[in-house]
Design a protein around this ligand. Structure first.
Ligand SMILES: Cc1cc2nc3c(=O)[nH]c(=O)nc-3n(C[C@H](O)[C@H](O)[C@H](O)COP(=O)(O)O)c2cc1C
Length: 367
């Protein structure tokens, strides 16, 4: 089964104004409840990966999961005027905007732009260790300054009605996570943030590349679980190294409020997303399938190309759709080699799908 994507129903008469942002009270209240529920399972923000084409694909596979944008920096939005970075499709909801920055006033302005654009959540990046990000004093280096993070969050909360959340690490460099993380949650929590996604490993700001910082520092899930016991009023999601829906469900059963999945959701989206609405959100009905998602991408791809886009910009996010299944390697090769050829269009994807279906039939016959 495939989830139908359509415009979100909106509008209720009563509204409140915060700064320049107007939002119906009912929508704000319902949005708040819905997004907390959606945060039981989320796809992590990933630069260059979770763009709007990727999010459209993921939404076809799960109606419920919370999707995050790539990080957008507050300076780019506020000083650079790059508001096109806020564009997204109405079918992506619930969708959270991740911001990077460390200047409270600038972040407040960026959060307001995000709220005006209709995002369901504004998330602050306190976890990304890349050099470029360090030089702008934001990302994981902010784990060293919880007072400033609290100030930034308070400023963002003050000026707009959408929930502000934080994605953080358990510490950086020589910090002791056992003391740093509770202090961080306590201080940022006191500023009004009630929901956190915690990447359960430290980041080393010198000496490790961003990629190494996602693999080498050891994961400490137990610390995150203890934070939930210490701060039962906070909504805590665990992130880092989670590779299956069963593992995600285990964390929810152990008492955490949410699970955020990054690389596994990107590389094997069907494994993480197709059964998510049933397994994580308790919905009835058949699971979605990768094949149906491919079929539903065809008109999307056609629209994208009609408006001047390239096939490859969409299909690059589809390479892992059949990971672990018969024909997966041929699918990947066919799409990655064919999508950049001049004249390639949705027919290429249809042809690749037909090959997958043949591979599945052949595998069945062999069994
Ligand atoms: C390609 C890539 C880009 C990423 N970009 C961001 C980002 O923009 N903001 C952020 O908070 N984390 C970013 N991350 C980190 C992920 O959100 C996540 O915390 C990390 O990959 C660990 O989760 P995982 O083991 O489930 O992948 C990125 C990760 C990858 C692989």
């Amino acid at each position: 089964m495939l989830h139908q994507l359509g415009e979100q129903g909106q509008k209720a008469p009563k509204s409140r104004e915060v700064g320049q942002v107007t939002m119906s009270e009912e929508r704000a209240r319902q949005g708040g409840a819905n997004i907390r529920r959606a945060a039981r399972l989320s796809v992590a923000p990933m630069m260059d990966w979770t763009d709007r084409h990727c999010r459209y694909l993921h939404r076809l596979m799960s109606r419920r999961v919370l999707l995050y944008t790539e990080m957008v920096t507050a300076p780019a939005l506020v000083r650079g005027g790059a508001v096109h970075l806020l564009e997204y499709g109405p079918e992506e909801h619930p969708v959270a905007l991740q911001l990077g920055g460390s200047d409270p006033e600038e972040l407040a302005q960026a959060a307001r732009l995000g709220a005006e654009a209709g995002y369901d959540e504004i998330n602050l990046n306190v976890g990304c260790p890349s050099d470029r990000v360090q030089s702008g004093t934001f990302g994981a280096v902010l784990m060293k300054d919880p007072g400033l993070v609290a100030e930034c969050c308070a400023a963002m909360i003050e000026v707009q009605p959408v929930e502000v959340t934080v994605k953080c690490r358990i510490g950086v460099d020589e910090q002791d996570p056992e003391t740093v993380l509770p202090e961080f949650l306590s201080r940022v929590g006191a500023a009004g943030v009630e929901r956190f996604a915690i990447h359960a490993r430290k980041a080393w700001l010198q000496g490790l590349s961003p990629k190494e910082n996602r693999d080498i520092p050891p994961l400490d899930y137990d610390l995150v679980l203890r934070m939930k016991a210490l701060f039962p009023g906070l909504h805590l999601s665990v992130n880092g190294g989670i590779g299956s829906l069963e593992q995600a469900r285990g964390f929810l059963e152990a008492g955490l409020d949410g699970v955020m999945v990054g690389r596994a959701a990107y590389h094997q989206p069907a494994d993480i997303l197709c059964a998510a609405d049933r397994v994580i959100f308790g919905e009835d009905g058949p699971d979605s399938t990768a094949e149906d998602a491919v079929r539903a991408m065809l008109p999307y791809i056609a629209r994208h190309m009609d408006s001047g886009g390239r096939l490859h910009q969409v299909t690059r996010h589809m390479l892992g759709l059949f990971a672990g299944r018969p024909g997966a390697r041929a699918w990947r090769r066919f799409l990655s080699e064919g999508a950049s050829r001049p004249g390639a269009g949705p027919e290429l994807v249809e042809e690749a799908l037909a090959q997958i279906e043949t591979a599945v039939t052949d595998a069945r016959v062999r069994v």
